[in-house]
Design a protein around this ligand. Structure first.
Ligand SMILES: [Mn+2]
Length: 311
């Protein structure tokens, strides 16, 4: 058994098939390609926070690079919502027919690049589905945590009751399809983040012009004593600068200051990489929309440092 406490990690955000920026970042972090996989001369290890597939030009190569590292103990990988969606797109719905994730235009479009790139490698693709299924939804070590989108103690606890390691069984995946059930909530929130109803019947139009009553929130904040745009993802013009009425999100505890640092991706952030707080950092800076691939060089500290963001 390795002594994880002494291990040093480089946590890397969402890749979405962009293997070239990935190899550049690995070189920048001091990893070298030897014996077929990237490894660090000092034995550092990468943690990938998921979303390997869809959108980018080199999905197959990304998966091969990541798996070669995990197979050789040079990395660990977590499941992202795109891998979860791929699993559900693939698994048959035994009761209703079709698949767990509907093959409608919207879902096909989101998955399009992957389908195209595996068009002549369908058998291989099936083995990637098996690989996705064995990826854990979270990693917790003595001094840090990593997850694709959201670390909520209650939901992680729920997942852990089913699987200590955070790896979902197929049976659990089937059970998590039922909208609104605890299993559904735990998987959705952990992989896709939190959506909350807006206060006092406030609505806004999303980028497709649909009227929305719920917004994706910055789960590590409490939503108290701040404006809507400080608490909600996306630029919602009609809410910018408006103060959230006191008590709106009274049940939210945010991510407590005294918890170990948490690393995640998922949110398509724009601009210059920055920490969310002393113990919270999102590493997704939209590589698939012309942004950056970002890593955090973690040496066990409990207070994160801006200088440790590498991009
Ligand atoms: Mn994601």
């Amino acid at each position: 058994m390795k002594n994880y406490n002494s291990m040093k990690y480089d946590i890397i955000g969402d890749i979405h098939g962009h293997v070239e920026p990935l190899t550049q970042l690995l070189h920048k972090l001091g990893y070298e390609l030897k014996n077929g996989y990237y490894q660090h001369p000092e034995g550092r290890k990468v943690i990938f926070v998921g979303d390997f597939i869809d959108r980018g030009p080199h999905i197959r190569e990304t998966l091969q690079l990541v798996k070669a590292m995990t197979d050789n103990g040079a990395a660990e990988a977590i499941m992202g919502n795109h891998e979860y969606n791929a699993i559900c797109f693939h698994l048959k719905d035994k009761e209703r027919g079709g698949h767990l994730r509907n093959h409608n235009f919207k879902n096909i479009l989101q998955h399009e690049e992957t389908i195209k790139q595996f068009h002549l490698h369908e058998k291989e693709w099936h083995s990637w589905i098996d690989w996705f299924i064995q990826l854990p939804l979270f990693i917790e070590r003595e001094n840090f945590r990593a997850v694709h989108a959201c670390w909520d103690d209650k939901l992680i606890h729920h997942l852990r009751q089913h699987s200590k390691t955070g790896v979902l069984s197929k049976k659990f995946i089937y059970s998590a399809q039922e909208y609104g059930t605890p299993n559904y909530e735990a998987v959705e929130r952990t992989l896709k983040g939190k959506e909350e109803k807006l206060a006092n019947g406030i609505t806004f139009k999303d980028k497709d012009g649909t009227i929305r009553t719920e917004a994706r929130t910055k789960w590590w904040k409490t939503g108290n004593d701040c404006t809507f745009d400080e608490y909600i993802f996306g630029d919602i013009e009609e809410l910018n600068g408006k103060k959230i009425p006191p008590g709106t999100f009274k049940d939210n505890i945010g991510y407590p200051d005294n918890h170990s640092p948490v690393f995640f991706g998922h949110y398509w952030l724009k601009g210059e990489p920055a920490l969310q707080s002393d113990n919270v950092v999102c590493l997704d800076y939209s590589i698939a929309k012309g942004g950056k691939l970002v890593a955090y060089r973690y040496n066990g500290e409990s207070v994160l440092k801006f200088e440790s963001l590498i991009f």
